[in-house]
Design a protein around this ligand. Structure first.
Ligand code: CA
Length: 223
């Protein structure tokens, strides 16, 4: 993954960049907002770490500009500001996560990992996980460019799996998501729904994208 780290404090930027490189990433560092803005136009980044207070364009402004230009890389904001209003301003600007200084480097690394695991929003109405694209507007999926027509429930189920990839979703959670927590569960309805979705999804794959966790539920693994 290619990361852009925008941080004007050398004594923080250097160890951070080193740590992220050790995680296997390519890390570009900008020490001011204007250089960062140029870098954002020169490369595609999978994640951008933005310090709020920067010489030149501020981190907050950079984040707003990125979203205006439909740059969808997740943004992690770093700042000494930690009042709730400042946090909300950061999220309003389109930041995905927020870390107040001082922080432990390992916490930042953990948050970076979590952000990189999230599905990428390529268009506001599309969700991409590996070769799978969920088209929210047309309620269908494309897998390796093959269109998969989905019923309303299949679509809901696939979206639920996609947004929680790699995580165990229990029968109860899936039931509550698809039919509402108040309705009375009927036996095997979740299993039947999963079976229908698998039939459409797993064509061309040796193993199912939806893994059964016996006695508990299911886990979705990105294609
Ligand atoms: Ca700063």
């Amino acid at each position: 993954m290619r990361l852009l780290l925008v941080e004007d404090e050398l004594e923080l930027a250097e160890p951070l960049a080193k740590l992220l490189k050790r995680e296997g990433h390519i890390v570009d560092v900008s020490y001011d907002g204007d250089t960062a803005w140029q870098a954002l136009h020169q490369h595609h980044y999978d994640l951008v770490i933005l310090d709020w207070m920067l010489p030149g364009i501020s981190g907050l402004e950079l984040c707003i500009r990125m979203r205006l230009e439909s740059m969808t890389a997740p943004v992690l904001m770093l700042t000494a500001k930690d009042t709730i209003d400042d946090k909300l301003a950061g999220f309003d600007a389109g930041a995905d996560d927020y870390l107040s200084k001082p922080f432990e480097l390992r916490e930042l690394v953990a948050r970076v990992r979590a952000l990189l695991r999230r599905p990428t929003q390529i268009r506001p109405d599309e969700l991409q996980i590996g070769d799978l694209i969920i088209d929210k507007l047309n309620r269908l999926a494309r897998l390796k460019n093959q269109v998969i027509e989905l019923s309303a429930k299949e679509y809901q189920l696939l979206t639920y799996f996609a947004e929680n990839q790699g995580q165990l979703l229990t029968h109860e959670q899936i039931y509550a998501y698809l039919w509402g927590a108040d309705s009375e569960p009927t036996s095997n309805v979740v299993a039947a729904q999963v079976k229908l979705l698998r039939r459409k999804l797993d064509k061309g794959f040796e193993t199912s994208l939806i893994q059964t966790v016996h006695g508990l539920g299911y886990r979705f693994n990105a294609p």
